[in-house]
Design a protein around this ligand. Structure first.
Ligand SMILES: [Zn+2]
Length: 135
């Protein structure tokens, strides 16, 4: 059985940690799309209407951490005093990290910040038959 952190890293469903939450990878050529329901256990990811607006706050925290880290790294590496150096680096970083932030803000929200959504070990792994899910 995989841990919560592994489930987040592998973009797994918070309920069963088996089904994938997204189609494709964060940086593939195909468009990144989230399943509406878990393909393994049928859990509805958007647990209430507009639920993923809250992921904006998580995404914002990610962005602040990334931008601060990169701004400091740029300052240490280049010793630049030109604002254009920082604008260029941070603009590129924001674009590059956007798919990552989109994906992992929702995963962190569902796995760590949603007390109503809990892991059910009975749903983990291969499904034996549909009767097991109902009981
Ligand atoms: Zn699931």
């Amino acid at each position: 059985m995989i841990s919560k952190l592994q489930a987040v890293c592998q973009s797994k469903c918070p309920k069963c940690r088996t089904g994938n939450m997204y189609t494709g990878s964060a940086y593939g050529f195909s468009k990144q799309k989230m399943h509406e329901y878990c393909p393994h256990c049928g859990f509805k990811f958007e647990i209430e209407p507009g639920y993923f607006y809250a992921a904006m706050y998580v995404s914002y925290a990610f962005s602040v951490a990334e931008v601060l880290t990169l701004a400091l790294a740029t300052a240490f590496i280049t010793h630049s005093e030109s604002p254009w150096t920082y604008i260029a680096v941070l603009f590129i970083a924001i674009v590059v990290f956007a798919p990552f932030n989109y994906r992992y803000s929702r995963l962190v929200l569902l796995h760590y910040l949603s007390p109503k959504v809990t892991f059910d070990p009975k749903l983990y792994g291969e499904r034996k038959n549909s009767a097991d899910l109902k009981g």
